[in-house]
Structures are given as structure tokens and as C-alpha cells.
Design a protein around this ligand. Structure first.
Ligand code: UDP
Ligand code: MG
Length: 315
């Protein structure tokens, strides 16, 4: 298999309005680096005309390759599919909504040429993002840093350039609940960053509503840390210790002081508290078990309904 100089992987979910501009800007930026490039669009079952547009791009430019999913499998899986089918010595992952400026690619490539295996794009500022999103993201990355030993760079998304070697390593990590930025950080290698100002989304709306964000955050935590499980154990110990003290006090008060409290308040408070802690602990365990279950089923990560990558790869 002959490798291209550079591949660009773009996950696409309802991005029809921005796609033509995106491709123009991508092409211009990438050609500054090399003409031997490929552009891989992964359509994550968009509900708008994105697929139609991607097909047109593929017809006008032979370097455009695409995959279209049978349903929405999510951003991380879309990127994974693109990576699996990429054939570049260097691979750029970039969002399809123009929030990540394609013009940064030459700068990323320059660092790559200095020998870095991972060059991530760090957000100096984030325009057009809600206060809520920015503060929860900051909180989450702080928490993750405390919970794990993997150093995941703050203020970065998946916009980055990675070496072929990283792509091959990712293939060997088949976990279904992907947290790519964590997996890449976990691998080590020489990493560096280039800073940029993140634009606001130009068209359309985010494909990451709160629910998806929460799931993504939990994927990140469970994939890299067992600390929540240890928290359940610690909470169990603490509550048991308190319970033991209360039991001694109750027995002492009953048998020695001959004084029995007719307390409804103490009963309801303690049973509610213990019930809450128990459910919380079961919930934590459940998050892990659900992911184990997901791994054990061993289903394919995604299903392609249409693509123009298979025929070429068969050649
Ligand atoms: N995306 C995707 N599948 C999804 C949601 C999003 O492929 O289910 C794509 C989307 O088209 C974009 C990128 O992933 O290229 C990042 O998503 P988005 O911009 O919606 O997230 P945000 O920037 O708001 O975090
Ligand atoms: Mg976006």
C-alpha cells in the first residue's frame, strides 16, 4: 500500500451549510503542505443533505474518500472509522463545522516535521461557546486530571495531527467507548501543541447536546480511572464506621442509661442517607458494568451503508 503524505479526517453530522466552504479551505491549507493528500469525510448519518454534498465532492476531486454510516454512531466512532481507513503518513483530525480553522494545518505539519508524533491544537480562546459549556469542560478536565495518571492536555479537543504510528496503535485499542484524546495521551510519544483561537460554529447547531456530553465525560473517566469504584468502597467504610458508633450509643443508652429515644427523625435521616449512598455506589458500579457489557458483546464499532473506500482498498 502506498502512503499519502497527509490524510484529513472529518466527521460530519448535519453540516451541509458549511461543507463547501470547509472543503475549499481544507484544500487550500493542505496543498501548502503537499498535493499528495486525501480527504476522508465520515457522514455520521446526517439528516440533511451532507451526504449528497460529500458525494459531489468525491466526484469532482479524486482525493476525496467517504464513508457513510447506517445510523448515528457518534463523533468518536466517526473519527475512528476515518482513521481506520486513512492512508497518510500524517493524519489530521478536524471538526466539520469550521470551528477548527483548516489554516492551522501547515503549522501543525511543521511541528510534525520536527519529529513530534502528536501535534495537538490548543484553544487559546473559544468564541461562541456558552458559559455553561466552557465551565463544565474546565471542571471536567480538572477532575479527570485528578482521577487519572494520564496527562490529558487541557483546552484541547480532537483537532490535531498524528503520526501513522499513532493511528496503528489506536487500531490495537479496540475499546468501544472511545475517548480518543485520552487514548492518544496514554500512549506517550513526543507530543507538542500549536495554539489557535477557536471560532464560533458558523452554521447549524451543535451535535453534542448535554446528554451526549455527559456520556462522553463518563466514557473518559471510566476508561482511565478506577477511582470512582474506590470512592464507593471508601464511602461504604465511612458510613459503616458512623453506623457502628451510633449502634454503640443506642445500646449504651438503652441498657445502661435505661433511656430509649422515641426518634422518628433519627431513623428517617439515617435510612435515607444509607439508601442514597447505596444507590449511588450501585450506580457507579453500573457505569462500569455497562461498559464491560458493551465491550464483551464485541459488535462492530460502526456499520457503513455506503462508501467509496472499499473498492480502492481492494485494489
Ligand atoms: N459529529 C458527529 N456525530 C455526532 C455529533 C457530531 O460526527 O453525533 C461531528 C460534527 O459534525 C462536528 C464534530 O463531530 O464535525 C464536532 O461536533 P460538534 O461541533 O457538534 O460539537 P461541539 O463543537 O459543539 O462540541
Ligand atoms: Mg463544533
Amino acid at each position: 500500500m502506498k502512503l499519502h503524505d497527509i490524510s484529513v479526517v472529518v466527521p460530519v453530522y448535519n453540516e451541509e451549510k458549511g461543507l463547501p466552504e470547509l472543503f475549499e479551505r481544507l484544500r487550500t491549507a493542505v496543498e501548502k503542505v503537499s498535493r499528495d493528500a486525501e480527504f476522508i469525510f465520515v457522514n455520521d448519518a446526517s439528516k440533511d443533505g451532507s451526504l449528497e454534498l460529500i458525494r459531489q465532492l468525491a466526484e469532482t476531486d479524486k482525493r476525496v474518500r467517504y464513508i457513510s454510516f447506517s445510523r448515528n454512531f457518534g463523533h468518536q466512532i466517526a473519527v475512528t472509522a476515518g482513521l481506520e481507513h486513512s492512508r497518510g503518513k500524517a493524519v489530521v483530525i478536524i471538526d466539520g463545522d469550521l470551528q477548527d480553522p483548516p489554516e492551522l494545518i501547515p503549522a501543525l505539519y511543521e511541528e510534525y516535521c520536527k519529529g513530534f508524533k502528536v501535534v495537538y491544537a490548543r484553544r487559546k480562546s473559544r468564541a461562541g461557546e456558552s458559559w455553561f459549556k466552557k465551565s463544565t469542560a474546565r471542571l471536567f478536565y480538572r477532575l479527570l486530571k485528578r482521577l487519572t495518571h494520564v496527562h490529558i492536555p487541557i483546552d484541547t479537543g480532537d483537532f490535531r495531527l498524528i503520526d501513522r504510528q499513532i493511528v496503528e496503535q489506536l487500531r490495537l485499542m479496540p475499546e468501544p467507548n472511545k475517548f480518543l484524546r485520552g487514548q492518544i495521551a496514554w500512549m506517550g510519544f513526543r507530543q507538542t501543541f500549536v495554539e489557535f483561537d477557536r471560532d464560533a460554529r458558523k452554521y447549524g447547531k451543535t451535535g453534542y447536546p448535554l446528554k451526549k456530553m455527559m456520556r462522553f465525560a463518563l466514557d473518559g473517566i471510566t476508561a482511565f480511572s478506577d477511582l470512582p469504584l474506590k470512592f464507593a468502597t471508601a464511602a461504604g467504610f465511612l458510613v459503616s464506621a458512623i453506623a457502628l458508633l451510633v449502634i454503640f450509643y443506642a445500646l449504651f443508652s438503652h441498657f445502661v442509661l435505661n433511656h430509649t429515644i422515641t426518634g422518628w427523625t433519627s431513623l428517617i435521616v439515617s435510612s435515607m442517607f444509607i439508601g442514597g449512598i447505596q444507590l449511588f455506589a450501585i450506580g457507579i458500579i453500573g457505569e462500569y458494568i455497562g461498559r464491560i457489557n458493551n465491550s464483551v458483546r464485541n459488535r462492530p464499532l460502526y456499520i457503513m451503508e455506503e462508501n467509496n473506500v472499499d473498492q480502492e482498498e481492494a485494489k
